[in-house]
Structure formats: C-alpha cells, structure tokens
Design a binder for this molecule. Sequence first.
Ligand code: F6R
Length: 365
Amino acid sequence: EKEGYDHFMLKEIYEQPKGIHETLNRRLDENGIVKLDGISLTKEDLEGFNKVYIVACGTAYHAGLVGKYIIEKLAKIPVEVDVASEFRYRDPFVDDKTLFIAISQSGETLDTLAALREAKNKGARILSVVNVVGSSVARESDDVFYTWAGPEIAVASTKAYTTQLMCMYLIALYMGHTKGVIDMELYHRYIDELQKVPDKLRDMLADETTLMEIAKEQYKLEQVFFIGRGLDSAVSFEGSLKLKEISYINSFAIAAGELKHGTIALIEPGTLVLALATQDRLFEKMLSNIQEVKARGAYVIGLAKEGNRDIEKQANRVIYIPDCMDDIAPLLSVVPLQLLAYNIAKLRGCDIDKPKNLAKSVTVE
Ligand code: F6R
C-alpha cells in the first residue's frame, strides 16, 4: 500500500499536489468561480452572520489560524479560532448569528465533536471541513465541505492539512464573492495562484537535496525554534508540531515579534532557529528578527521565496519556495517543513508512521 515509499507519511507528502488539485477543482465552475454545491450558504445567510468561529485540534487548528487570516481579509467578517478542548468548556459567545466551522481530518475527534454540539445548542450554523466521508463531525453538521486528500494513514497529518488550507481559501473566496465585498480582479488572481500550486509543489518535491543536507547536519539537535510573522507564524506552529511529534526534538514555535518578550532568553550559541520569511510585506521585519537571534549565536535556516535572495545576507542556510502571492504561501512553505521533519526523524531512527504516545484519531478526552 505504500506504493514504494518507505513510509505512509512520505507517500502522503507526495500526494499533496493531487489532493490540492482535487479539492480546488471540484469547487470551481467553468468560469473559475467557487461553487459550493450541496452547501446551503446563501447571500442572505452570509449577511446574517456577524462572526465566524473556527474550532479544531492540533494540525487542523493550525489550518484554522490561516483560515482566520484569509476569511477576515476576503469576506470582511471577524473570525475567532480556538482549540476545541478550550472552546467547549468556556461558555463562548456563540449564537444564531455565528457561522461555526469545525475542521477535522478524521471527523471523530471527541473534543471537536463536543465543541460542535455546544455551538449547535447555542444556535450556530455548523459547517465542517472533514476528510472522512460520513464521520461523526460530518453527520452532525448542517453542511460539510469535504477535503479530497484521500485516506491519511500516517499519524502525522500532512495532506489533510494542505487540503484543509485549500478549503479555507475557497470558503473565504466564496463568502467574499457572494457578499459582494471582494474586488473581482483580486478574486481571479487568487484562483489563478491557487491553480498554480500543484505544479509548484511538484517542482519542489522533485528536488530534496537542500533538505537532505540540512537534515544530515541537524538531526542530532535536541532543541529547535520556529519563528515567523503573519501567515508564516501560523505555518511555524505546524512545522514545529510536525518535527516534535515524529522526531521527539523539543521544538517550539513563536510569532517572531514576540521573541524579545521572553523566549529570546533561550537562544544561545548553536541554537537552531528556523525563520520563515515568505511574506514580502514582513520580509524586512523578519530580517531584523534573524539578526537578533544571530547576534546571540543562533544558527539560522531561513525559508523564503526564490525572489527574496537578500535573506542569504542574514541566514546561515536558506530553503526556497517558488515565488507566489503572499497569502497562498502556506500551501507551499509547509511542505519543506514536513519533509525536513520526516528526514530528521528517519535519521534518528524513529517510528515515523506511528510515533510513541500518539493516536491517529483522539476519540477520548
Ligand atoms: C498532527 C495531528 C493531530 C491532529 C489532531 C486533530 O499531525 O495529526 O494534531 O491534527 O489530532 O485530528 P482531526 O483532524 O482528525 O480532528
């Protein structure tokens, strides 16, 4: 079943161009407009919502962080994101003017399901983003937006995450367009950029040389920090989770601007810092953050778009992703982080598809 790959995780990383393509193309009509067939969110419905709540756990929660950013920007509505285990015990402010979005690969995560029931009791409309057809979360939702990742076997989530991201973009574009609050030229630019992602990913996956080199240099390390700003901060959390869950390296992610409010105390000579700097708007700010940690002796691996070679002046090594619109960069930038985690875990001899203490689907509290 692994079709020649050493692990399911690697197979699933390589299946991402296909999953992303499927998830996107099933939702586009012949004019490149997002259609949500089978999902009943009318213009009237959308205008009736005054808030969106995205609730999920783990990797799915990290997809929600990107969702917040994109939905607020394109659909002009406030979005809150929370982890399900906090949401469900907090008596959150949810009512019949809330659109509640649950994100879950398995559709069986107990906390996510309980949060969904809580929101439903309070009158919210429930839209879920789910990979497993007919799962509990899907069954209990008003509407379901399926990710077309195909079965995900490895405990560490990869293709579910990138297809969840794609759903976030599509929901944001759909809402913005239906409400008439998005400029159509911009709308088509997003669609165009999203359509280019599968090919860009295939190109990236064709050359793993830099990542292998970095993995060989760094696999013995016991501590790593991921930093980033804006969407890169959301992807930092996911990159860090991937690394810790399969390699057992103590990995920590933080919004780069927060470093100097405490965490920078932990940076010492030789500390590895992965600095995500894919956002043009925040590029200079990230270069300053890199400088700050380097001044304390950190070894910095930068992650940037091909066009931003200036990062080489600051970072010790750089991983490049193809040039793209800032807002869609998470779909590309997470992939080298998944591969880095995979290659490091492999060199450490870890049980990659079944990491210790973890279950694929958390159906208990
Ligand atoms: C991490 C991972 C977990 C899941 C989380 C939610 O790689 O797989 O963090 O993302 O347990 O699971 P689902 O999406 O099935 O609700």
